[in-house]
Design a binder for this molecule. Structure first.
Ligand code: PGA
Length: 220
């Protein structure tokens, strides 16, 4: 109705997003952003620990992340698969193998995201579930820094498939065929269920719900 229309003519929508979602989230916001040009969207892109702190303070209405915290009252909607893969430089001997076990890799240096990263937490959890002790040799503060270091031959890493090109070889990287990988995780949109969502936030959720069930899944 007219009041609803008014509520979407002007306004602000604050969204927090973990770093890995920067590879696809701006795309997903496109149709909403074009339909409601008066809504100013602020997308904060930070690691998991920062996004959790923002949710705790109530800085944003929506957050996109893989591992929502359990200590906050949150509603959640898993909206996209997030396969986590093990990567090596394209020419690495391990990249020529047809099947690998995690235990075959642990003599190689492991490159990890910084402490506070959800990607790192998910990788550590998977290693401990498989009984593998593989401490990182180096921590790097962004997905791109990890990719560059792997390409430069400094070690192997676990990253979201979303951080890689459709053909990883085109960027000098290979996805290793390791048993138990890709880790099948999901991206979730979360919001505080102890607060009312604004009209712009509800409208964006409706828009994404209407479009995402037909969206192609990323290759693994
Ligand atoms: P991050 O993102 O590694 O940038 O924290 C992944 C996540 O937290 O889900």
């Amino acid at each position: 109705d007219a009041a609803d229309l008014q509520g979407l003519r002007r306004g602000r929508l604050r969204i927090a997003a973990v770093t890995t979602t920067e590879y696809f989230l701006p795309d997903l916001l496109g149709p909403f952003a074009r339909q409601y040009p008066g809504i100013e969207i602020e997308l904060a892109v930070e690691n998991r620990a920062s996004v959790v702190a923002r949710l705790q303070r109530g800085d944003d209405e929506l957050a996109a992340m893989m591992l929502p915290p359990t200590h906050l009252p949150l509603a959640r909607w898993p909206f996209l698969e997030n396969p986590l893969v093990l990567i090596a430089p394209a020419g690495h001997p391990l990249a020529a193998r047809r099947r690998l076990k995690l235990a075959d890799l642990v003599t190689e240096p492991l490159l990890a995201r910084e402490a506070g990263s959800g990607t790192r937490a998910a990788a550590e959890q998977a290693f401990s579930e498989q009984g593998v002790d593989w401490p990182p040799r180096m921590a790097l503060g962004s997905n791109e820094a990890v990719k560059h270091a792997v390409r430069a031959g400094l070690g192997l890493a676990v990253l979201s498939r979303h951080t890689l090109a459709a053909d990883p070889a085109s960027e000098g990287l290979a996805v290793l065929p390791v048993a138990g990988f890709p880790l099948r995780r999901h991206w979730q949109l979360v919001w505080r269920n102890d607060r009312a969502l604004s009209l712009p936030a509800r409208t964006l959720l409706d828009d994404l719900r209407a479009r995402l069930h037909v969206r192609a899944r990323p290759a693994t």
